[in-house]
Design a protein around this ligand. Structure first.
Ligand SMILES: Cc1cc2nc3c(=O)[nH]c(=O)nc-3n(C[C@H](O)[C@H](O)[C@H](O)COP(=O)(O)OP(=O)(O)OC[C@H]3O[C@@H](n4cnc5c(N)ncnc54)[C@H](O)[C@@H]3O)c2cc1C
Length: 395
Protein backbone atom coordinates (compact mmCIF):
# COMPACT_ATOMS: atom_id res chain seq x y z
CA UNK A 1 0.00 0.00 0.00
CA UNK A 2 1.16 3.52 -0.75
CA UNK A 3 0.03 5.81 2.06
CA UNK A 4 0.64 9.52 2.31
CA UNK A 5 0.26 11.08 5.74
CA UNK A 6 0.14 14.82 6.32
CA UNK A 7 1.17 16.14 9.74
CA UNK A 8 4.08 15.09 11.94
CA UNK A 9 2.17 15.37 15.21
CA UNK A 10 0.53 12.80 17.48
CA UNK A 11 -1.86 11.39 14.86
CA UNK A 12 0.42 11.48 11.82
CA UNK A 13 3.48 10.05 13.55
CA UNK A 14 1.56 7.26 15.28
CA UNK A 15 -0.22 6.27 12.04
CA UNK A 16 3.12 6.16 10.21
CA UNK A 17 4.73 4.04 12.94
CA UNK A 18 1.83 1.57 12.95
CA UNK A 19 1.76 1.22 9.16
CA UNK A 20 5.56 0.98 8.90
CA UNK A 21 5.40 -2.35 10.74
CA UNK A 22 4.39 -3.95 7.44
CA UNK A 23 7.32 -3.87 4.98
CA UNK A 24 4.92 -3.96 2.03
CA UNK A 25 3.66 -0.47 2.92
CA UNK A 26 5.38 2.62 1.55
CA UNK A 27 4.68 5.66 3.68
CA UNK A 28 5.36 9.28 2.90
CA UNK A 29 5.05 11.52 5.94
CA UNK A 30 4.78 15.19 4.96
CA UNK A 31 5.06 17.78 7.70
CA UNK A 32 5.82 21.48 7.72
CA UNK A 33 8.18 20.95 10.67
CA UNK A 34 11.15 18.64 11.06
CA UNK A 35 10.23 17.92 14.66
CA UNK A 36 7.43 16.22 16.54
CA UNK A 37 6.07 18.53 19.23
CA UNK A 38 5.04 16.96 22.49
CA UNK A 39 2.49 19.66 23.37
CA UNK A 40 1.67 18.43 26.89
CA UNK A 41 5.23 19.34 27.95
CA UNK A 42 5.37 22.77 26.29
CA UNK A 43 4.31 24.65 29.41
CA UNK A 44 7.37 23.06 31.05
CA UNK A 45 9.68 24.25 28.28
CA UNK A 46 8.21 27.74 28.71
CA UNK A 47 8.98 27.70 32.43
CA UNK A 48 12.57 26.55 32.53
CA UNK A 49 12.47 22.80 31.95
CA UNK A 50 14.78 21.10 29.50
CA UNK A 51 13.44 21.62 25.97
CA UNK A 52 14.36 18.04 24.96
CA UNK A 53 11.10 16.84 26.46
CA UNK A 54 9.02 18.97 24.13
CA UNK A 55 10.30 18.45 20.61
CA UNK A 56 11.81 15.33 19.09
CA UNK A 57 13.30 15.28 15.55
CA UNK A 58 11.15 13.19 13.20
CA UNK A 59 14.36 11.65 11.83
CA UNK A 60 15.08 10.26 15.28
CA UNK A 61 11.59 8.75 15.54
CA UNK A 62 11.82 7.09 12.13
CA UNK A 63 15.49 6.10 12.10
CA UNK A 64 15.65 2.49 10.94
CA UNK A 65 12.20 2.63 9.28
CA UNK A 66 13.28 2.25 5.67
CA UNK A 67 9.71 2.26 4.33
CA UNK A 68 8.96 5.73 5.72
CA UNK A 69 10.02 8.74 3.67
CA UNK A 70 10.04 12.09 5.47
CA UNK A 71 9.24 15.23 3.51
CA UNK A 72 9.27 18.76 4.87
CA UNK A 73 6.60 20.77 3.07
CA UNK A 74 3.33 22.60 3.74
CA UNK A 75 0.28 21.03 2.13
CA UNK A 76 -2.26 23.57 0.90
CA UNK A 77 -4.58 21.74 -1.50
CA UNK A 78 -6.11 18.31 -2.09
CA UNK A 79 -7.55 17.03 -5.35
CA UNK A 80 -9.46 13.86 -4.49
CA UNK A 81 -10.17 13.02 -8.15
CA UNK A 82 -6.55 13.27 -9.24
CA UNK A 83 -5.52 11.84 -5.83
CA UNK A 84 -2.98 14.56 -5.40
CA UNK A 85 -1.86 16.93 -2.67
CA UNK A 86 -0.50 20.37 -3.57
CA UNK A 87 2.19 21.99 -1.45
CA UNK A 88 3.33 25.54 -0.80
CA UNK A 89 6.67 24.63 -2.40
CA UNK A 90 4.88 24.09 -5.74
CA UNK A 91 5.44 20.33 -5.50
CA UNK A 92 2.54 17.88 -5.95
CA UNK A 93 2.35 14.60 -4.04
CA UNK A 94 0.20 11.76 -5.35
CA UNK A 95 -1.42 9.27 -2.97
CA UNK A 96 -3.35 6.03 -2.99
CA UNK A 97 -4.54 6.47 0.57
CA UNK A 98 -4.23 9.75 2.43
CA UNK A 99 -4.35 10.41 6.18
CA UNK A 100 -4.71 14.04 7.22
CA UNK A 101 -3.59 15.04 10.74
CA UNK A 102 -2.75 18.74 10.54
CA UNK A 103 -3.77 19.62 14.07
CA UNK A 104 -5.52 22.70 15.41
CA UNK A 105 -4.34 26.31 15.20
CA UNK A 106 -4.54 29.25 17.60
CA UNK A 107 -7.48 31.64 17.31
CA UNK A 108 -7.93 34.98 19.09
CA UNK A 109 -11.69 35.03 18.43
CA UNK A 110 -11.19 38.40 16.73
CA UNK A 111 -10.20 40.13 20.01
CA UNK A 112 -8.38 43.29 19.03
CA UNK A 113 -4.66 43.46 19.73
CA UNK A 114 -4.15 39.88 20.94
CA UNK A 115 -2.48 38.72 17.72
CA UNK A 116 0.04 41.57 18.09
CA UNK A 117 0.62 41.74 21.84
CA UNK A 118 -0.11 38.32 23.33
CA UNK A 119 2.52 35.63 23.69
CA UNK A 120 1.81 31.95 23.03
CA UNK A 121 3.37 28.61 23.96
CA UNK A 122 2.29 26.44 21.02
CA UNK A 123 5.69 26.20 19.30
CA UNK A 124 9.40 26.44 20.05
CA UNK A 125 9.47 29.84 18.31
CA UNK A 126 6.64 31.18 20.50
CA UNK A 127 8.34 29.87 23.63
CA UNK A 128 11.71 31.43 22.74
CA UNK A 129 9.95 34.75 22.09
CA UNK A 130 8.18 34.60 25.46
CA UNK A 131 11.37 33.72 27.35
CA UNK A 132 13.37 36.47 25.63
CA UNK A 133 10.62 38.91 26.64
CA UNK A 134 10.65 37.71 30.26
CA UNK A 135 14.44 38.17 30.54
CA UNK A 136 14.26 41.59 28.91
CA UNK A 137 11.40 42.77 31.13
CA UNK A 138 13.03 41.57 34.32
CA UNK A 139 16.48 42.99 33.65
CA UNK A 140 15.40 46.17 31.90
CA UNK A 141 12.25 47.30 33.68
CA UNK A 142 11.47 47.06 37.36
CA UNK A 143 8.15 48.95 37.44
CA UNK A 144 5.19 47.39 39.26
CA UNK A 145 3.18 46.79 36.08
CA UNK A 146 6.10 44.90 34.55
CA UNK A 147 5.79 42.46 37.48
CA UNK A 148 2.21 41.56 36.50
CA UNK A 149 1.97 38.48 34.28
CA UNK A 150 -1.43 37.59 32.85
CA UNK A 151 -2.34 34.15 31.52
CA UNK A 152 -5.61 34.15 29.57
CA UNK A 153 -7.59 30.93 29.40
CA UNK A 154 -7.95 28.44 32.25
CA UNK A 155 -8.18 25.24 30.27
CA UNK A 156 -5.51 22.69 31.13
CA UNK A 157 -2.70 24.60 29.35
CA UNK A 158 -3.48 27.88 31.12
CA UNK A 159 -3.76 26.16 34.50
CA UNK A 160 -0.48 24.24 34.01
CA UNK A 161 1.36 27.32 32.80
CA UNK A 162 0.15 29.73 35.46
CA UNK A 163 0.99 27.21 38.19
CA UNK A 164 4.61 26.99 37.04
CA UNK A 165 5.18 30.58 35.91
CA UNK A 166 5.55 32.22 39.31
CA UNK A 167 8.41 30.04 40.51
CA UNK A 168 10.17 30.33 37.14
CA UNK A 169 9.96 34.11 37.16
CA UNK A 170 11.23 34.24 40.74
CA UNK A 171 14.15 32.05 39.63
CA UNK A 172 15.07 34.57 36.94
CA UNK A 173 14.90 37.43 39.47
CA UNK A 174 17.14 35.45 41.84
CA UNK A 175 19.57 34.70 39.01
CA UNK A 176 20.04 38.43 38.46
CA UNK A 177 20.15 39.16 42.19
CA UNK A 178 16.97 41.23 41.92
CA UNK A 179 14.00 41.56 44.24
CA UNK A 180 11.03 39.51 43.06
CA UNK A 181 8.61 40.97 45.61
CA UNK A 182 5.41 42.14 43.94
CA UNK A 183 5.46 39.52 41.17
CA UNK A 184 1.83 38.73 40.42
CA UNK A 185 0.41 35.97 38.22
CA UNK A 186 -3.19 36.44 37.06
CA UNK A 187 -5.17 33.63 35.47
CA UNK A 188 -8.22 34.97 33.62
CA UNK A 189 -11.06 32.77 32.41
CA UNK A 190 -14.21 33.89 30.59
CA UNK A 191 -16.26 30.89 31.80
CA UNK A 192 -17.71 30.86 35.34
CA UNK A 193 -15.12 28.31 36.49
CA UNK A 194 -11.61 27.17 35.58
CA UNK A 195 -11.06 23.85 33.75
CA UNK A 196 -14.58 24.23 32.29
CA UNK A 197 -14.34 20.92 30.40
CA UNK A 198 -13.70 18.99 33.62
CA UNK A 199 -16.03 18.39 36.57
CA UNK A 200 -16.86 21.04 39.17
CA UNK A 201 -14.85 19.10 41.72
CA UNK A 202 -11.77 19.35 39.49
CA UNK A 203 -12.33 23.11 39.14
CA UNK A 204 -12.62 23.50 42.91
CA UNK A 205 -9.49 21.49 43.66
CA UNK A 206 -7.52 23.31 40.97
CA UNK A 207 -8.63 26.75 42.19
CA UNK A 208 -7.59 25.91 45.76
CA UNK A 209 -4.20 24.63 44.62
CA UNK A 210 -3.54 27.62 42.34
CA UNK A 211 -4.40 30.05 45.14
CA UNK A 212 -1.97 28.22 47.41
CA UNK A 213 0.70 28.75 44.75
CA UNK A 214 -0.07 32.46 44.73
CA UNK A 215 -1.95 32.56 41.42
CA UNK A 216 -4.71 35.16 41.28
CA UNK A 217 -7.60 33.21 39.71
CA UNK A 218 -10.36 35.31 38.12
CA UNK A 219 -13.34 33.68 36.42
CA UNK A 220 -16.11 35.27 34.34
CA UNK A 221 -13.49 37.66 32.96
CA UNK A 222 -13.60 37.99 29.18
CA UNK A 223 -10.77 39.96 27.64
CA UNK A 224 -11.99 42.60 25.20
CA UNK A 225 -8.78 44.16 23.90
CA UNK A 226 -5.01 44.06 24.28
CA UNK A 227 -2.52 46.88 23.87
CA UNK A 228 1.26 47.08 24.36
CA UNK A 229 0.91 47.75 28.09
CA UNK A 230 -2.58 46.68 29.09
CA UNK A 231 -5.58 44.48 28.48
CA UNK A 232 -9.20 45.56 28.74
CA UNK A 233 -11.36 43.29 30.88
CA UNK A 234 -15.00 44.15 31.64
CA UNK A 235 -14.41 47.64 30.23
CA UNK A 236 -11.54 48.29 32.65
CA UNK A 237 -7.84 48.39 31.76
CA UNK A 238 -5.43 46.11 33.59
CA UNK A 239 -1.83 47.23 33.24
CA UNK A 240 0.64 44.55 32.19
CA UNK A 241 3.46 44.03 29.73
CA UNK A 242 3.06 40.26 29.59
CA UNK A 243 -0.08 38.59 28.32
CA UNK A 244 0.02 34.89 27.47
CA UNK A 245 -2.87 33.53 25.44
CA UNK A 246 -3.71 29.85 25.94
CA UNK A 247 -7.41 30.09 25.29
CA UNK A 248 -8.53 29.38 21.78
CA UNK A 249 -7.88 26.78 19.14
CA UNK A 250 -9.77 26.23 15.94
CA UNK A 251 -9.54 23.76 13.11
CA UNK A 252 -6.77 24.15 10.54
CA UNK A 253 -7.79 26.50 7.69
CA UNK A 254 -6.83 23.80 5.12
CA UNK A 255 -10.23 22.15 5.62
CA UNK A 256 -12.20 25.34 5.05
CA UNK A 257 -10.15 26.22 2.01
CA UNK A 258 -10.61 22.85 0.29
CA UNK A 259 -14.17 22.13 -0.84
CA UNK A 260 -13.81 18.37 -0.40
CA UNK A 261 -14.65 18.61 3.30
CA UNK A 262 -17.96 19.07 5.10
CA UNK A 263 -17.44 20.92 8.34
CA UNK A 264 -19.38 20.48 11.57
CA UNK A 265 -20.58 23.56 13.54
CA UNK A 266 -17.35 23.56 15.54
CA UNK A 267 -15.34 23.79 12.30
CA UNK A 268 -13.97 20.25 12.50
CA UNK A 269 -14.34 17.79 9.64
CA UNK A 270 -17.35 15.49 9.49
CA UNK A 271 -16.12 11.93 9.06
CA UNK A 272 -17.87 8.60 8.53
CA UNK A 273 -17.68 5.59 10.85
CA UNK A 274 -14.20 4.79 9.46
CA UNK A 275 -12.94 8.38 9.97
CA UNK A 276 -13.08 9.04 6.22
CA UNK A 277 -13.95 12.44 4.76
CA UNK A 278 -14.17 10.85 1.31
CA UNK A 279 -13.01 7.68 -0.41
CA UNK A 280 -9.36 7.02 0.60
CA UNK A 281 -9.06 10.29 2.55
CA UNK A 282 -8.97 9.82 6.33
CA UNK A 283 -9.07 12.69 8.81
CA UNK A 284 -7.87 12.06 12.37
CA UNK A 285 -6.95 13.77 15.65
CA UNK A 286 -7.82 17.42 16.25
CA UNK A 287 -9.14 17.84 12.70
CA UNK A 288 -11.93 15.25 12.98
CA UNK A 289 -15.30 15.90 14.59
CA UNK A 290 -15.28 13.02 17.07
CA UNK A 291 -16.59 13.06 20.69
CA UNK A 292 -13.18 13.42 22.39
CA UNK A 293 -11.29 15.35 19.74
CA UNK A 294 -8.73 17.91 20.95
CA UNK A 295 -6.72 15.46 23.06
CA UNK A 296 -3.40 13.80 22.25
CA UNK A 297 -4.74 10.44 23.34
CA UNK A 298 -7.65 10.73 20.93
CA UNK A 299 -5.23 11.49 18.08
CA UNK A 300 -3.24 8.36 19.02
CA UNK A 301 -6.43 6.29 19.27
CA UNK A 302 -7.57 7.54 15.83
CA UNK A 303 -4.19 6.76 14.28
CA UNK A 304 -4.16 3.21 15.65
CA UNK A 305 -7.76 2.73 14.50
CA UNK A 306 -7.16 3.91 10.91
CA UNK A 307 -3.86 2.03 10.57
CA UNK A 308 -5.59 -1.12 11.91
CA UNK A 309 -8.37 -0.81 9.34
CA UNK A 310 -5.94 -0.25 6.49
CA UNK A 311 -4.07 -3.40 7.55
CA UNK A 312 -7.38 -5.29 7.70
CA UNK A 313 -8.38 -4.00 4.28
CA UNK A 314 -5.02 -5.08 2.81
CA UNK A 315 -5.68 -8.62 4.09
CA UNK A 316 -9.17 -8.65 2.54
CA UNK A 317 -10.88 -8.39 5.95
CA UNK A 318 -13.85 -6.06 6.64
CA UNK A 319 -13.03 -2.74 8.29
CA UNK A 320 -14.16 -2.07 11.88
CA UNK A 321 -16.36 0.86 12.89
CA UNK A 322 -14.92 3.69 14.97
CA UNK A 323 -15.61 3.72 18.71
CA UNK A 324 -14.69 6.89 20.59
CA UNK A 325 -12.89 6.24 23.88
CA UNK A 326 -12.91 8.80 26.68
CA UNK A 327 -9.31 9.26 27.79
CA UNK A 328 -8.30 10.08 31.38
CA UNK A 329 -7.16 13.67 31.91
CA UNK A 330 -4.27 14.63 34.21
CA UNK A 331 -3.43 18.29 34.75
CA UNK A 332 -0.22 19.09 36.66
CA UNK A 333 -0.51 22.10 38.95
CA UNK A 334 2.89 23.09 40.32
CA UNK A 335 5.64 20.69 41.36
CA UNK A 336 4.58 17.16 42.36
CA UNK A 337 0.86 17.86 42.32
CA UNK A 338 -1.82 17.16 39.72
CA UNK A 339 -5.51 16.56 39.17
CA UNK A 340 -6.60 13.25 37.70
CA UNK A 341 -10.08 12.75 36.26
CA UNK A 342 -11.67 9.85 34.48
CA UNK A 343 -15.34 8.88 34.06
CA UNK A 344 -16.43 11.17 36.89
CA UNK A 345 -13.71 10.02 39.34
CA UNK A 346 -11.54 12.94 40.33
CA UNK A 347 -8.57 13.27 42.69
CA UNK A 348 -5.88 15.83 43.30
CA UNK A 349 -2.45 15.40 44.85
CA UNK A 350 0.96 13.80 44.61
CA UNK A 351 -0.32 10.40 43.38
CA UNK A 352 -2.00 12.11 40.43
CA UNK A 353 1.33 13.75 39.56
CA UNK A 354 2.95 10.28 39.48
CA UNK A 355 0.17 9.17 37.13
CA UNK A 356 1.00 12.12 34.91
CA UNK A 357 4.67 11.14 34.85
CA UNK A 358 3.61 7.62 33.89
CA UNK A 359 1.28 8.98 31.19
CA UNK A 360 4.12 11.09 29.78
CA UNK A 361 6.38 8.05 29.67
CA UNK A 362 3.70 6.06 27.85
CA UNK A 363 3.28 9.04 25.49
CA UNK A 364 7.01 9.10 24.65
CA UNK A 365 7.27 5.32 24.33
CA UNK A 366 4.32 5.39 21.92
CA UNK A 367 6.56 7.37 19.59
CA UNK A 368 10.12 6.28 20.35
CA UNK A 369 12.01 3.02 21.00
CA UNK A 370 12.20 2.30 24.74
CA UNK A 371 15.79 3.56 25.27
CA UNK A 372 15.15 6.86 23.50
CA UNK A 373 11.79 7.30 25.23
CA UNK A 374 13.53 6.89 28.60
CA UNK A 375 16.12 9.51 27.59
CA UNK A 376 13.53 12.11 26.60
CA UNK A 377 11.38 11.33 29.64
CA UNK A 378 14.38 11.65 31.93
CA UNK A 379 15.19 15.03 30.34
CA UNK A 380 11.74 16.17 31.40
CA UNK A 381 12.65 15.50 35.04
CA UNK A 382 15.61 17.86 34.84
CA UNK A 383 14.47 21.34 35.68
CA UNK A 384 16.95 23.87 34.40
CA UNK A 385 16.81 26.68 31.95
CA UNK A 386 18.65 25.72 28.82
CA UNK A 387 18.40 29.25 27.48
CA UNK A 388 21.64 31.03 28.13
CA UNK A 389 20.70 33.84 30.47
CA UNK A 390 22.48 37.11 29.75
CA UNK A 391 25.02 38.33 32.32
CA UNK A 392 23.35 39.77 35.44
CA UNK A 393 23.19 43.60 35.39
CA UNK A 394 26.09 45.30 37.22
CA UNK A 395 25.07 46.68 40.64
C1 LIG B 1 0.10 23.74 24.72
C2 LIG B 1 -0.74 22.49 24.55
C3 LIG B 1 -0.83 21.56 25.59
C4 LIG B 1 -1.58 20.39 25.43
N1 LIG B 1 -1.66 19.50 26.47
C5 LIG B 1 -2.35 18.34 26.30
C6 LIG B 1 -2.39 17.36 27.36
O1 LIG B 1 -1.84 17.56 28.43
N2 LIG B 1 -3.08 16.20 27.12
C7 LIG B 1 -3.70 15.95 25.92
O2 LIG B 1 -4.29 14.87 25.76
N3 LIG B 1 -3.68 16.85 24.93
C8 LIG B 1 -3.03 18.04 25.08
N4 LIG B 1 -3.01 18.97 24.07
C9 LIG B 1 -3.74 18.67 22.83
C10 LIG B 1 -2.93 17.72 21.95
O3 LIG B 1 -1.60 18.16 21.85
C11 LIG B 1 -3.58 17.62 20.58
O4 LIG B 1 -4.88 17.11 20.75
C12 LIG B 1 -2.78 16.71 19.66
O5 LIG B 1 -1.52 17.29 19.39
C13 LIG B 1 -3.54 16.46 18.35
O6 LIG B 1 -2.77 15.65 17.51
P1 LIG B 1 -2.84 15.87 15.93
O7 LIG B 1 -2.00 14.82 15.33
O8 LIG B 1 -4.25 15.97 15.51
O9 LIG B 1 -2.21 17.30 15.67
P2 LIG B 1 -0.76 17.86 16.07
O10 LIG B 1 -0.13 17.04 17.10
O11 LIG B 1 -0.96 19.31 16.32
O12 LIG B 1 0.07 17.67 14.73
C14 LIG B 1 -0.18 18.41 13.57
C15 LIG B 1 1.06 18.37 12.70
O13 LIG B 1 0.77 18.85 11.41
C16 LIG B 1 1.78 19.76 10.98
N5 LIG B 1 1.15 20.64 9.99
C17 LIG B 1 0.24 21.62 10.21
N6 LIG B 1 -0.15 22.15 9.05
C18 LIG B 1 0.50 21.50 8.08
C19 LIG B 1 0.47 21.59 6.65
N7 LIG B 1 -0.32 22.47 6.02
N8 LIG B 1 1.26 20.77 5.94
C20 LIG B 1 2.06 19.87 6.57
N9 LIG B 1 2.11 19.73 7.91
C21 LIG B 1 1.33 20.53 8.65
C22 LIG B 1 2.19 20.45 12.28
O14 LIG B 1 3.44 21.06 12.20
C23 LIG B 1 2.19 19.25 13.23
O15 LIG B 1 3.40 18.55 13.12
C24 LIG B 1 -2.27 20.15 24.21
C25 LIG B 1 -2.17 21.08 23.16
C26 LIG B 1 -1.42 22.25 23.33
C27 LIG B 1 -1.33 23.24 22.19
Amino acid sequence: MKITIVGGGFGGVKAALELAEDDRNTITLISDKTEFQYYPALYGAATGHNHLESWVPLEKIFSGKSNVMLVQDTIVTIDAEAKELGAASGQNYSYETCILALGAVTTYFGIEGLDTYAYGIKSSEEIEKLKAHLYEEITGNSSEESKRYVVIGAGSTGVELSSALGSYIKKIYDHYGMNSQGVCIDLLEAAPRILPKMTEKASRLATKRLKKLGVNVQTGQAVEQATADSIIVGGKPLTTHTVIWTSGVTNHSFFKENKLFTLAKNGRVQVDEYLRASQDVYVIGDNADTPFTGLAQTALHDAIFVAGNLKRHAHGKPMKKYKAVKPPVVVPIGENWAIFEWHGFCMGGWIASILRRAADFIGYSDMLPLGQALGVWHASLISHDDNIMPEPPKK
